[in-house]
Design a protein around this ligand. Structure first.
Ligand code: R5P
Length: 288
């Protein structure tokens, strides 16, 4: 057991000294192998250094939720606008055409559903990830949850071992239990745990003080969108996260539950890649 006495909150995040990206355009990846860099380059735009990932992995926990009733009808038509598609193997195989040229981020852990306690979690086989030609493998870390923290961190560490063996980047998905405070202290800790355990990408949630979360995470951070918001608010969320140094979004409900998902995808890309303000992005959404 580590000595837990006198754990002090960080207060020296070096905000005036950006991470060194002179050797590779994404922070924290310069010392990785050719294969990891190559796959990361498929996910992150070389000009902006950012990504707009489209998340549709929700069903493995919660079934055919609104906007995901038919992946073939709701998600496949958006694929061309996404920088990366994040989903589970069953939905990718059944509903995403194999001609798809966008990189895939495969949800690689599975377990229990919202109908029970969500207290178990296993990894699918790496052979299947390789068969699907994925550019990234994602697994959840339930940091701070007494029942699942150890299981999910063990899974995640195993997945990083596999990722390093085959040069496939691994994304840590921070899961927030109901008991957790959704603040910068918690997300900073959870994101750092992902990075410390070898994540090449961390997916977490935007919060006040997000610049400290980003600064203390040495690899690219993308934000989840969370529950459906009005479009302007969702674009504002993207804008604030990018302004704090996030490397993009991995967004689901705020895209596929939008009245006009394709227009929303394009507006999110405008904010993430082209520096549009939330108002400009919203104008774009309305125009489209
Ligand atoms: C959460 O575990 C899932 O990985 C979702 O992909 C994630 O929450 C992003 O989706 P949303 O933007 O709907 O929150």
């Amino acid at each position: 057991m580590a000595d837990l006495d006198d754990i002090r909150d960080g207060d020296n995040f070096g905000h005036n000294t950006p991470a060194d990206t002179s050797k590779f355009y994404l922070k924290g990846i310069a010392n990785q192998s050719w294969g990891i860099k190559n796959r990361m380059s498929r996910i992150f735009n070389k000009q902006s250094g950012r990504t707009v990932m489209l998340a549709f992995d929700h069903g493995f926990l919660m079934g055919p939720t609104s906007g995901l009733e038919r992946i073939d009808l709701n998600i496949a038509p958006l694929a061309e606008e996404a920088d990366c598609l994040m989903g589970c193997r069953g939905m990718i195989r059944s509903s995403i055409p194999p001609e798809n040229s966008k990189p895939l981020c495969l949800r690689t852990d599975t377990g229990t559903t919202i109908l029970t306690e969500m207290n178990d979690n296993v990894l699918i086989s790496e052979e299947d990830a390789i068969r699907l030609n994925v550019s990234c493998m994602a697994a959840m870390l339930a940091v701070g949850d007494a029942d699942t923290e150890a299981i999910t961190i063990r899974n995640f560490s195993k997945l990083v071992d596999i990722g390093q063996k085959y040069d496939i980047p691994v994304m840590g998905v921070t899961a927030v239990g109901k008991a957790m405070a959704r603040d910068a202290r918690y997300f900073g800790l959870a994101s750092r745990v992902c990075a410390e355990n070898g994540a090449s990408i961390v997916k977490t949630y935007y919060t006040e003080g997000f610049e400290n979360v980003v600064a203390a995470c040495p690899v690219p951070i993308v934000i989840a969108g969370g529950k459906k918001l009005p479009e302007l608010d969702a674009l504002d969320l993207c804008y604030k996260a990018i302004n704090c140094g996030a490397s993009g979004v991995d967004m689901g409900r705020n895209v596929f539950q939008s009245e006009k998902p394709l227009a929303m995808m394009k507006a999110v890309k405008g904010v993430v890649h082209d520096g549009l303000s939330p108002a400009e992005g919203f104008q774009m959404y309305n125009d489209l």
